[in-house]
Write a protein that binds this ligand. Structure first.
Ligand SMILES: Cc1cc2nc3c(=O)[nH]c(=O)nc-3n(C[C@H](O)[C@H](O)[C@H](O)COP(=O)(O)OP(=O)(O)OC[C@H]3O[C@@H](n4cnc5c(N)ncnc54)[C@H](O)[C@@H]3O)c2cc1C
Length: 529
């Protein structure tokens, strides 16, 4: 250890990295880069961290997650925390949910409920209530997807920087399981004949903002991840996870500048040299962009410097759906409404077609979260913080959202009858709407496409904007718009890929700054160097 401290590499000036955006991707990158010895500055345009994974609070004492509410596969974030000498479970109180969610199928004016459980015997019994034969499909489905995830893990954990990466042995091994010709719904039909049972294992494609009838078959692993590794609720909501990440990154020496939008990246030729903020240039060795790709890249990097992702191509890319959100503070408890409720309209398939064609569904499928049944911190005693998410067309498909919001609020509130709630309007003490145009204007989400560039094969792996952004030098991407894609565990994994490329490019070893538990660093700390 003493010998290592005398090596010339350790006397090099600290490498400086700017991160644009404190969403999950930016926060994970800040943690890992600071742990590797870089001097990290995070610029965030808003007054809070977390991006789409932030907490909204109301003066009456209600708290809501703005976006993510399903916390899946904590393993990746756990590893990132431990790389910083911290313990995720000590920083955030994670509760595994069982049942993990309630599905409500509407049929001819009646409703049928399925409480999804990771307990296989219990889940078989639930499936059998819909289709006894399909219950036999659960174990083979689990086994097959266990093998599929194992085959794809190496592919999803590495970068795709050149065409040769598409031909590497891990990719060739995984390819037959990928079934590029098939979709999630079609693949599930081999195990489950009842379309409602298939929906129970395929609605998760909505996490990517995609239709199970179009989403590549690879993504049957999404529901598998839930049954195998659990659905968690972080006490305080997923926003609490973002808060913990910022806390640990700060402990590692990262400097957070909130309320500080970056205007553009400063270039010399094609090489990024820093960022421009409020007319002042700040120099950096590398720049990591976490801001939403479609929204930010046209503003941050001049079109003429980009050869692969020009404005025209960004404008023509395919994007996920958007979401119409209602956050409601109610003066009543809702003990009979489950934590997560997925309401699948009889017109589920039509709804998807409508969303793709830019039509606003009149009887939409929707998701309602009543986290108060698990977490008392989200509302005053006797009250509830209700979160409603309705998938709707993005602003490319339906540019007239501003004129539709008030009417659609009524459509959405009327749908709560499915939960046996009656008319809750008189109990609303706090209300906030986030409609597609608000995602774009207030939260910097391009085209209001809440789940980023869609995850079709022509926009995945090598064809997605690269972790080391190939168009220019010294710019790196993290977040749902880069490889491997959207969704929290995937974004954390993407940040891991990006930071290891960056560490390689800047010669960051990280070895001299390995932390010990408790946030104290073993040797020279990034904060003090
Ligand atoms: C409604 C909704 C529900 C979701 N549900 C789930 C779920 O249940 N589970 C799950 O795993 N995933 C879910 N997701 C998907 C995904 O996990 C989140 O959207 C996630 O927050 C995306 O993270 P990100 O790192 O891409 O960036 P973002 O969260 O978009 O953060 C980007 C940050 O960059 C900042 N920024 C933008 N421009 C600038 C600038 N010029 N200068 C400085 N800062 C800037 C923004 O203010 C923002 O803080 C959901 C998403 C939404 C919208």
């Amino acid at each position: 250890m003493t010998a290592a401290l005398t090596t010339p590499a350790l006397h090099r000036p600290r490498r400086k990295v700017a991160i644009i955006g404190a969403g999950p991707g930016g926060l994970a990158a800040a943690m890992m880069l600071a742990a590797s010895g870089a001097k990290v500055t995070v610029y965030e345009k808003d007054e809070v961290v977390g991006g789409r994974t932030r907490t909204l609070t109301s003066p009456q004492g209600y708290s809501f997650d703005l976006g993510p509410t399903f916390f899946l596969y904590p393993r990746i974030l756990k590893e990132i925390f431990s790389r910083c000498g911290a313990d995720l479970e000590q920083e955030v109180d994670l509760r595994r949910l069982d049942p993990q969610y309630r599905l409500i199928f509407e049929q001819g004016g009646t409703f049928q409920q399925l409480d999804a459980s990771a307990n296989i015997a219990r889940m078989e019994a639930e499936i059998a209530r819909f289709s006894p034969e399909d219950a036999k499909g659960l174990r083979p489905y689990m086994e097959e997807n266990r093998a599929k995830l194992a085959a794809f893990k190496p592919v999803l954990e590495r970068a795709f920087t050149t065409a040769a990466d598409m031909m590497r042995p891990d990719m060739l091994k995984a390819l037959p399981l990928m079934k590029p010709w098939s979709t999630v719904d079609r693949d599930l039909a081999r195990h489950f004949r009842d379309p409602r049972v298939r929906l129970a294992f395929s609605f998760q494609t909505k996490y990517l903002g995609m239709s199970p009838f179009k989403c590549p078959a690879l993504f049957t692993i999404l529901s598998f991840l839930e049954y195998e590794h659990g659905v968690f609720h972080p006490i305080g909501g997923c926003g609490a996870v973002s808060g913990a990440m910022a806390r640990v990154a700060e402990r590692m020496g990262a400097d957070f500048r909130l309320n500080t939008p970056v205007d553009r990246i400063a270039f010399e030729g094609k090489r990024a040299r820093g960022v421009e903020v409020g007319g002042t240039r700040h120099d950096y060795d590398a720049v990591v962009v976490n801001a939403d790709f479609a929204h930010a890249i046209p503003k941050l990097i001049p079109d003429h410097l980009r050869r692969g992702w020009k404005d025209k191509k960004i404008g023509k890319a395919r994007y996920s759906c958007s979401t119409f959100m209602l956050y409601l503070g109610l003066d009543i408890p809702l003990p009979n409404v489950a934590h997560h409720n997925v309401i699948l309209s009889e017109q589920y398939r039509e709804n998807i077609g409508q969303i793709e064609n830019g039509e606003i569904p009149e009887i939409p499928s929707l998701y309602v979260q009543n986290a108060g049944v698990t977490d008392p911190t989200l509302a005053p005693p006797g009250h509830s913080a209700l979160y409603m998410l309705v998938p709707v067309p993005n602003l490319i498909k339906q540019p007239n959202w501003a004129a539709q919001s008030a009417r659609f609020r009524e459509v959405a509130l009327d749908r709560l009858k499915v939960l046996g709630l009656g008319d809750i309007r008189k109990h609303i003490k706090y209300e906030r709407i986030v409609a597609p145009q608000d995602w774009e204007s207030d939260f910097a989400v391009g085209y209001g496409a809440t789940f980023n560039l869609s995850h079709e094969l022509p926009q995945m792996l090598l064809f997605r904007p690269g972790n080391r952004f190939r168009d220019v030098e010294g710019v790196y991407l993290v977040g749902g718009g880069t490889h491997p894609g959207s969704g929290l565990p995937v974004i954390y994994e993407g940040a891991r890929i990006t930071t290891s490329l960056l560490a390689e490019d800047l010669g960051l070893s990280g070895a001299s700054s390995l932390p010990v538990p408790g946030g104290q660093l073993a040797t020279a700390t990034p904060a003090e160097a």
